[in-house]
Design a protein around this ligand. Structure first.
Ligand SMILES: *Cc1c(COP(=O)(O)O)cnc(C)c1O
Length: 355
């Protein structure tokens, strides 16, 4: 007897970016924020290291939900907190999309979505983006949304970093019978957001993360907002204690550290635009980014793979490259400190010369 379910035995699990075990590498591969964590979050963590850790945490993170509700002007019962945004995405699959149901996602996009579909044995529906990695939204394309129970959209999208225009998203939301999850993991780096869709549409959930803009990836905190009926369903499905005590406290403190947040976002945006322009000047194609990373294609004869490998092998700089259709000509570079990015540019110049 084969003890593992056939669809799990065949599954190719999600491959996270490398977390190196040796020091001294420049990490531009998993979109972490180089300027954190926020000092108030660290202080809250230090204050919390006492005998209260023997107690279970608040199962529904009431105080954190209240703080998020106040900040974004929603009732607290329309908010759920998760063990990272990935936990929220997983809950959505479990609550809204059964085995055999249609689970859709834009492509290229976050490579976790097809893995979540495969784990659930759902039917994956890959919605191809156009050459600019934008939503085509013509009638034939929209027809693919028929009978879709769950649709994931990353806004701004990853790995391209581009903003998806609101009108295109609205067309898609209106054509989707099931739940649309707008994954705004990077939205704090953008000029706009789609939180209002969670207010205006009965089928839209917006998911967010403390990992990138708030520099708390190690604590695993995400949250989502949407219609009360959908959020109630997610609350039923989640682990009782899905967010630990320390993470709840740190996230609340981080929300109060506006000075830190504004400064950190400003620095990352400025560096992003500088590096974007510097790569263009060297002959690279670079998508306009509304995130904390850039997606760039090197000029021939240099290939993306060679660029990525040489950065790692010769300069100890980690970036991300996928051997996958439509994206294998690109490398994704997280925005690090100015010092790290100068080293990256220097290394890139040298690699380009040798190509
Ligand atoms: C990083 C990322 C997530 C996961 O965020 P966590 O809060 O760290 O789980 C979700 N979606 C996208 C598109 C991401 O890039």
């Amino acid at each position: 007897m084969n003890r593992v379910l056939p669809h799990i035995a065949q599954l190719h699990g999600y491959v996270p970016g490398e977390q190196p075990q040796v020091p001294g590498l420049i990490k531009l591969n998993t979109n972490e924020n180089p300027y954190g964590p926020p000092p108030r979050a660290l202080a809250a963590l230090r204050d919390a290291l006492d005998d209260r850790l023997r107690l279970y945490p608040d199962p529904t993170a009431t105080e954190l939900r209240k703080a998020l509700a106040a900040r974004y002007d929603f009732p607290p019962d329309q908010i759920i907190v998760g063990n990272g945004c990935d936990d929220i995405l997983n809950l959505c699959v479990r609550a809204f999309c059964g085995p055999g149901d249609r689970l859709a996602y834009l492509w290229p996009s976050y490579s976790l979505y097809p893995v979540l579909a495969a784990i659930q044995n759902a039917q994956p529906v890959e919605l191809p983006l156009d050459d600019q990695f934008q939503i085509p939204a013509h009638p034939a394309w929209l027809r693919q949304l028929d009978r879709v129970r769950l649709l994931f959209i990353t806004q701004p999208n990853a790995p391209s970093g581009v903003w998806l225009p609101r009108v295109a998203l609205q067309r898609v939301i209106e054509e989707t019978p099931g739940v649309v999850v707008i994954d705004e993991a990077y939205v704090d780096f953008a000029a706009d957001n789609c939180l209002d869709f969670a207010r205006d549409y009965p089928n839209v959930i917006v998911a967010r993360s403390f990992s990138k803009s708030y520099a708390l990836a190690g604590l695993r905190i995400g949250w989502a907002v949407g219609p009360a009926e959908l959020i109630r369903a997610l609350q039923k499905v989640k682990d009782s204690y899905n967010v630990n005590r320390l993470s709840q406290l740190a996230a609340r403190a981080a929300l109060e550290d506006d000075v830190w947040l504004v400064d950190s976002l400003r620095r990352i945006r400025i560096t992003r635009e500088c590096i974007h322009d510097a790569l263009l000047a060297k002959g690279f194609f670079v998508f306009p980014s509304q995130t904390n990373f850039l997606f760039a294609r090197p000029p021939a004869p240099l290939t993306a793979r060679r660029w990525f490998e040489a950065l790692r092998a010769d300069y100890r700089i980690l970036t991300r490259w996928w051997d996958a259709d439509r994206i294998r000509d690109f490398v994704r570079i997280s925005i690090g400190t100015d010092d790290e990015m100068n080293k990256f540019l220097e290394a890139t110049g040298a690699i380009l010369e040798k190509a």
